[in-house]
Design a protein around this ligand. Structure first.
Ligand code: 13P
Ligand code: SF4
Length: 303
């Protein structure tokens, strides 16, 4: 029996579902019950009623959010190594230091943070709703972490000053994209449209026709009349884009834009995760309670 079939069988036996991020390997996306960006996956995890186990094919902070939002379910991360390096760049101690320095300034944190950091903020946001979340505050100054590029993007649109914690936070995969590569591709495909993730640099945003979260990029790809689309985000998204738009051509703006952490999830690990019920995400209750409030506020705003 093929591994994918074994996974399907054990998944049914154990009443489990598999949620996969848009950057997952093609074979993982193909066996997932649901694929999405970080807010869609969090919402799905929060609303899940039937399943007893949620296998989260993504990275640590996304599985943590699922466990926080649905504490009655067993949430499994198939590889403990699947940790988002950007999330590790922000410590609760650093947030406390900034909050002390700017006592009355609201703190907005990107969901790409660990639960212990989320517990320190007023509200969370994802790249899909960051502008709306920041606009919801009267204050013209906001403490924001950890992604510097996302902060600059929000600032450009809202005209608010975002003080980033830390000053230099970044995604090691998205900073690989260079506008020169896009300009070169545009010479070959002059009618192509360019879509990029807001974790890319401001120079990349300047050469883009569309900036948005991974799922928003999927929507843009469907509605644009362009037949060729240059993509500025992690390679994994191309699988979904091609599947949903078989008549369009997708070109990754930088061919090695791979998030090695996302790629740690393999079929073998998903199977082992289901079989051995590993690795269970456990968040200390006091942290989970506070982090949950920050996530719930984001959902209230988005409803
Ligand atoms: P999305 O919320 O757009 O899926 O992004 C998550 C992420 O980790 C981007 O690098
Ligand atoms: Fe983290 Fe970047 Fe990977 Fe997204 S692509 S999970 S931000 S390292």
């Amino acid at each position: 029996m093929k591994l994918a079939e074994k996974i399907d069988r054990i998944k049914k036996e154990k009443k489990a579902i598999i949620l996969a991020h848009n950057y997952q390997r093609p074979e993982i996306q193909d066996i997932a019950d649901y694929i999405g960006d970080s807010i869609e996956l969090s919402r799905k995890a929060m609303e899940e009623k039937e399943a007893e186990i949620i296998v989260f094919a993504a990275v640590d902070f996304m599985a943590e959010s699922a466990a926080i939002l649905n504490p009655k379910k067993k949430v499994l991360l198939p590889s403990l190594g699947a940790r988002c390096p950007m999330a590790q760049m922000l410590t609760p101690a650093e947030i406390k230091r900034y909050k002390k320095r700017y006592p009355n300034v609201p703190t907005v944190l990107y969901v790409n943070t660990l639960a212990s950091s989320k517990a320190q903020c007023d509200i969370c946001c994802t790249s899909a709703n960051a502008v709306e979340v920041v606009k919801s505050f009267k204050s013209d100054i906001i403490l924001f972490g950890p992604d510097r590029n996302l902060a600059d993007y929000i600032s450009e649109i809202t005209q608010k000053k975002l003080i980033t914690i830390p000053e230099w936070g970044f995604c090691p995969t998205h900073v690989l994209f260079q506008p020169e590569d896009v300009i070169f591709l545009k010479k070959q495909y002059p009618d192509a449209k360019v879509m990029v993730h807001p974790e890319c640099s401001s120079e990349m945003r300047k050469v883009a026709d569309f900036v948005g979260s991974t799922s928003k990029m999927c929507n843009y790809a469907k509605r644009t009349n362009a037949k060729t689309i240059i993509v500025g985000t992690e390679k994994g998204l191309l699988h979904r884009l091609k599947k949903e738009n078989p008549n369009k051509k997708f070109i990754l703006a930088y061919d090695d834009a791979v998030c090695p952490n996302m790629k740690l999830i393999t079929l073998e690990k998903v199977y082992a995760s289901l079989k051995n019920e590993q690795h269970v995400i456990n968040i200390p209750i006091s942290i989970a309670r506070k982090a949950r409030k920050s996530l719930e506020k984001m959902f209230e705003l988005n409803n």
